[in-house]
Ligand binder design. Structure first.
Ligand code: F6P
Length: 546
């Protein structure tokens, strides 16, 4: 048994889960007319209603006791003071510095990094103005109409999600994203573009990621076939921490926008990784997003734990995961523009907290992050909500709803809102056999058919969810929302005593991809072939010669 699962705070929560196992959400609401207000929180212009979670005051007190036991306040302080809390990579964790106001101070390893952040932001802004204003021109003198961001993982999910959330058809230049090493993606994007008017941003923290470099080389070939080698200078810029590799690729240091090893890939959309968005959406919009995130940072850093939104979300996730036995975490944004939000959040959450050992390297005897999945409403109501309502397992849901629309179609927003609110109500309330029976009788079902029909139409209810309201989906509120989930992820990691900022789990696959690559081709490396297992070898033989 680990120190955590053997601790008083953990055992008290297990006991509490047992004690309240039979108490339903409907009963909780019936017993407490103030419940909706008592279990809600306004912060940073967002509203969180967690009254449909299976918690009461006692459970929350015990969760806060667990947070205290795990020194959550101390860990928050350590992150903001730039301690090397990513201890397996000996790195501080500084994404909060990327959205700090100009002139403020955030130290990483003793050095105030805010001036360096602004130096790069200012360069990005000058560059953006040049591209937007048409003074940055391609090799043949034409202005840029299209930007292609080439990157994968954190160098793709965040920027792509932001572009989808904040762009509209009028925005110029257009941004396209290429991540997959499957050439189907790059070739589809290039098919629509003119080399003379296209700018490539190669975005890679390491500038060694196999997929990104393959896409970047193919894009360069496409460009130079038409415009010649010298065109690279005006059509390629880089976002990276690795100046040497950028230079090797042939991109001038003047066209490289730096970020730093204290910015994790999945926490990097606020850095120069967001360059395509800063150019296309404009520096003001990008700034508004940073400001919204900063407001959430300040709330997270300073608000007492009991009224701290990321803390509450993290504690609820731990409660559902470790004490209620939830099978997964569903996130359902009721906003078409947030169609990429879950993808971004999946990397954030599962690359951060999908860990099997604690900070000291001991195998865990408790679950860490659950599978996080979901999709936008209302589409998902017609896909997997059946399972959420009547499936055997428990899947807590986070509903996210921007209240005011940015379009002017009067009929539709009330419908979207009604659907969102009714899904969480239905999950909670359910429908008893008696209610079903009465409904069927009222509809005229013959008595003899009732017994067979009723069980299929029963909803057990008591399925937990939270709802987060944003006034609207502008850049500021998007920034606050993303920072909310970043900090929630960190809170969970602290409670689980794991490192949320390394990602060793992706390394083995990367290593083996190099090995399998060496075993391919007309002259395969004999050692690489010998190192493969029989199954992989068989598959390799069947895929040779493409
Ligand atoms: O998937 C592993 C990972 O290291 C992510 O953390 C990162 O976001 C992604 O690869 C891309 O890495 P890079 O930006 O160095 O190309």
């Amino acid at each position: 048994m680990s120190a955590l699962t053997d601790s008083g705070a953990w055992r008290a929560l297990q006991e509490q889960a047992r004690a309240e196992a039979g108490l339903t959400l409907n009963e909780r609401f019936a017993a407490d007319p103030e419940r909706a207000q008592r279990f809600s929180l306004d912060a940073v212009d967002l509203f969180l209603d967690y009254s449909k979670q299976r918690v009461g005051s006692r459970t929350l007190d015990l969760l806060f006791a667990l947070a205290e036991q795990q020194d959550l306040a101390g860990w928050i302080g350590r992150m903001f003071s730039g301690e090397a809390i990513n201890h397996t990579e000996h790195r501080a964790v500084g994404h909060v510095a990327l959205r700090a106001p100009r002139g403020s101070e955030i130290k990483m390893a003793g050095v105030n990094v805010v001036p360096a952040v602004y130096e790069v932001l200012d360069r990005m802004t000058v560059f953006a103005d040049a591209v937007r204003g048409g003074t940055w021109r391609g090799a043949t003198g034409m202005a840029i109409t299209d930007i292609v961001n080439i990157g994968i993982g954190g160098s793709d999910f965040g920027p792509r999600m932001v572009w989808d959330a904040l762009s509209d058809a009028s925005i110029k230049p257009r941004v396209h994203f290429v991540a997959n090493v499957d050439g189907a993606q790059l070739s589809t994007v290039l098919y629509r573009l003119k080399p003379e008017r296209t700018l490539f941003i190669v975005t890679s923290k390491t500038f060694t990621t196999q997929e990104t470099m393959a896409n970047a080389r193919s894009a360069r070939d496409w460009l130079t076939q038409t415009l010649g080698e010298t065109a690279v200078d005006k059509h390629f810029v880089a976002v990276s921490t690795n100046g040497a590799e950028v230079a090797k690729f042939g991109i001038s240091p003047d066209h490289m926008f730096e970020f730093w090893d204290w910015v994790g890939g999945r926490y990097s959309l606020w850095s120069s990784v967001g360059l395509a968005n800063l150019v296309a959406l404009g520096p003001q919009t990008f700034r508004a997003m940073l400001d919204g995130a900063h407001a959430m940072d300040e709330h997270f850093r300073r608000a007492p734990l009991k009224v701290n939104m990321p803390v509450l979300l993290g504690l609820l996730a731990v409660w559902n995961t470790n004490f209620l036995g939830a099978a997964s975490q569903v996130v359902s944004p009721y906003a078409q523009r947030l169609r990429r939000f879950v993808g971004w959040l999946q990397q954030l959450e599962m690359e951060s907290n999908g860990k099997g050992v604690d900070r000291e390297g001991r195998t865990l005897d408790y679950a860490t992050t659950l599978v996080l999945w979901g999709d936008i409403g209302t589409n998902s109501q017609h896909a997997f909500f059946q399972m959420l309502h009547q499936g055997a397992a428990l899947h807590p849901v986070d509903f996210i709803l921007p209240v005011k629309p940015l379009h002017s179609l009067p009929e539709q927003q009330p419908l979207l809102i009604a659907n969102c609110l009714s899904q969480s109500a239905a999950l909670m309330r359910g429908k008893t056999a008696a209610q079903v029976r009465a409904e069927l009788i009222a509809r005229g079902m013959p008595e003899g058919e009732l017994d067979a029909a009723v069980p299929h139409r029963v909803f057990t209810g008591d399925r937990p969810s939270s709802t987060i309201l944003l006034p609207q989906l502008d850049a500021w509120h998007l920034g606050a929302l993303c920072a909310l989930y970043e900090h929630r992820t960190f809170v969970m990691s602290v409670l689980w005593n794991i490192n949320a900022f390394d990602q060793w789990g992706v390394e083995l696959g990367k290593q083996l991809a190099q090995q399998v690559s060496a075993a391919q081709g007309p002259e395969p490396d004999a050692n690489a072939v010998a190192a493969l297992d029989a199954s992989t070898l068989q598959l390799l033989e069947r895929t040779r010669g493409v």
